[in-house]
Design a protein around this ligand. Structure first.
Ligand SMILES: CC(=O)[C@@H](O)[C@H](O)COP(=O)(O)O
Ligand SMILES: NCC(=O)COP(=O)(O)O
Length: 244
């Protein structure tokens, strides 16, 4: 039976709103419960070194309260690996991080950092965590991910999402499709995410074999007007219909 495509919801920007005033609300923990009830298959949180949105407290409380599973996004640093070894989320997605960036700009350069990535994969896997690498949709990055022992990759769909012409969008979609096919042929679990929204998600969701999409900013933005449950239900509907 064909595996249904999964939706991981990134709740970082609930925390962005909270941090804007230093209040206790809106609480990402409450948001996680709402989106899980509305159909999220997993919860993604990015604990950044600068703590601009998600806080350590969020991670520890979510660990105890999630009904689905946590995908902890983090940079490859001793601090973050130690936190992950302590929290033991179901998944860790290793992402590049630059303090000056507005959001994640590119994929992890696995090719240029194989020793460091391999060590991180070993440490996290030893704690029972399924590790994924957030990479650009490039065969050489996929091959390096395999060499590093990662069972999962998440393809960065930012270039597709930010394409300024239809021609570029189609070219970037083709890159993602090829990367999915290549990764699956090598036995990887292939996810995708970054910049996906209600008007560009369907072609990505329709790619055969893609396991999960991680989507955050667009869902939280839509929730401002429709409420979180409706924003989740609509995204999931679009994905499931496209994936049939
Ligand atoms: C890796 C990625 O594309 C996102 O999951 C990441 O969380 C983006 O960072 P912000 O959430 O800080 O925008
Ligand atoms: N890894 C991608 C993610 O978790 C959400 O990215 P975005 O939808 O907030 O751009």
């Amino acid at each position: 039976m064909k595996q249904k495509i999964l939706l991981g919801i990134n709740i970082d920007h609930i925390a962005t709103l909270r941090q804007a005033r230093g209040t206790k609300y809106p609480d990402p923990v409450y948001a996680a419960a709402l989106v899980e009830e509305a159909g999220a298959d997993g919860i993604t949180v990015h604990l950044r070194e600068d703590r601009r949105h998600i806080q350590d407290r969020d991670i520890y409380v979510l660990k105890d309260t999630l009904s689905t599973r946590m995908n902890l996004e983090m940079a490859i640093t001793d601090e973050m690996i130690s936190i992950a070894e302590d929290v033991k989320p179901a998944h860790c997605c290793l992402v590049p991080e630059k303090r000056e960036e507005l959001t994640t700009e590119g994929g992890l350069d696995v090719v240029g950092n194989e020793a460091q990535v391999t060590e991180a994969v070993k440490r996290l896997s030893a704690s029972g965590i399924e590790v994924s690498l957030f990479i650009d949709p490039e065969p050489q990055q996929l091959e390096a991910a395999i060499r590093c022992g990662a069972p999962v990759v998440e393809l960065h769909t930012g270039a597709y999402a930010e394409a300024e012409t239809h021609e570029v969008e189609l070219a970037e979609l083709a890159r993602v499709k090829h990367a999915v096919e290549f990764g699956l042929s090598k036995g990887l679990i292939v996810n995708a995410g970054h910049g996906l929204h209600y008007h560009n998600v369907e072609p990505i969701a329709a790619i055969p074999g893609i396991n999960e999409l991680n989507i955050g900013h667009a869902i939280i933005a839509r929730a401002v007007f429709t409420g979180l449950p409706e924003a989740v239900r609509e995204m999931k509907r679009l994905m499931r219909e496209a994936a049939q």
